[in-house]
Design a protein around this ligand. Sequence first.
Ligand code: C2O
Length: 577
Amino acid sequence: MAAHFLWRLAFLLLVSLCLIPERALGGKTRHYHFDIQYQNVTRLCHTKSMVTVNGQFPGPRIVAREGDRLLIRVVNHVKNNISIHWHGIRQLQTGWADGPAYVTQCPIQTGQSYVYNYTIVGQRGTLFWHAHISWLRSTVYGPLIILPKSSVPYPFEKPYKEVPLVFGEWWTADTEAVINQAMQTGGGPNVSDAYTINGLPGPSYNCSAKDTFKLKVKPGKTYLLRVINAALNDELFFSIANHTLTVVEADAVYVKPFETDTILIAPGQTTNVLLKTKSHYPNATFFMSARPYATGLGTFDNSTVSGILEYEVPSNSLHSAASMKKLPLFKPSLPALNDTSFATNFTNKLRSLASAQFPAKVPQTVDKHFFFAIGLGTSPCQQNQTCQGPNGTKFSASVNNISFSLPNTALLQAHFFGQSSGVYSPDFPNSPLIPFNYTGTPPNNTMVSNGTKLVVLPFNTSVELVMQDTSILGAESHPLHLHGFNFFVVGQGFGNFNPNKDPANFNLVDPVERNTVNIPSGGWVAIRFIADNPGVWFMHCHLEVHTSWGLRMAWLVLNGKLPNQKLFPPPADLPQC
Ligand code: C2O
């Protein structure tokens, strides 16, 4: 009798669990499968075998809702080690799923697999995922789209359609060979051969017209473009001829809408814009084009990528398919390659929505101040070698003069298992050990030091970080990306940061909240965030060449006291080094 009763109880429990609506449980569980495999891809009349996810280029689109849990099984079928990063996902308590190789995990080796398991908490908007080891992200990337919870509308007009626009960078050569060679010689790596929109270089390159992204639209509609810069080394201006864009979101956070003809987007940044199409069929087609914003001294790919905005012929009209072919074509005019005043104006317009529903929770007080000097430097050439960096040295890059070396094991594992000795030290300097005139005459000694040092933060520390560009090897804008957090961009300026004057002008009301911010060329930027996520969090320049040269560091945020303030234990399938 008793056993029978228990069975019935268990059965009823099971049934009722299945009947609880998805929202009450917080969200759905969504499964994805990523096979890391070779695929032949042809661009610019050249076929190369490259590393892809599921043979797709760009990779598959992940679509989820706020509150959902994602289980993404990654199986490595190629010779390279691999890891995948979910760029911009907070990873609350799930640092094991963040992805940067040798930071939160050992890479997934050939023949092995790993399930990335995390829940999307309090975030909605456009992000992306990409490989996070060496330069494999040049071919391994794709959109990560988080829709609002069902029945929660956007804080702007409901779009007729949503279209991801992913910028990438294409090398005819194998990018692993490109970066390996550069690291050996100490010189700058070869620049890319083309930029791409959704994997397609478009008509401005040789042998490429058939590989053109076309956006077919109807008149009088609003389209939501989810713009992602997955290029490796270049910030991009983007514009659509004869059309205005309304910016509504940056890095998966709503902003106060504003109109612009051109947007600026750095690698690692994402932006949602509304495109209102013309109310009547315009008898023309329009280029949408992107080209770099470049501030450094080095060479860069200064080509322009274009796609086509094409109005579908209304079915009841006189426009025949034949007349369409002869339509005039308009091209957008983009800012000059080094137009820093455009860049400044544009970034100044970005403000948090800061509404009742989407408040800007800007930290009003600061527990710990940090000042990081960020830029390029040099490291010595080995004996009997000739190096191709400045004055026969090797290019290097640093934060507070430390060029960060990745360990042979993962930092998070070393921390969690109490095995940090010989892996990292907890003494990253709060400010440069030897202050200098960061944006003035370069110092005589441009050599950086090497190390694996972390900043250690108690749980819930309120952090203010000023990042100062250095002009040691020429001023340059650096898009700095912080894993595991969004931060508020409370201030920015040119020249050297003045701690006595500049904080008075900080915006603590509606600063933009994001995960990747540009340090202005020859200037500084101030950010604030609360260290409310235990784990090891990478921070680096999202110009991949600078990351390779060591422009990276990591924060170690300790557990808090409450159960929901502690890092979860590592999953059983966490890769070993
Ligand atoms: Cu999108 Cu650590 O990078």
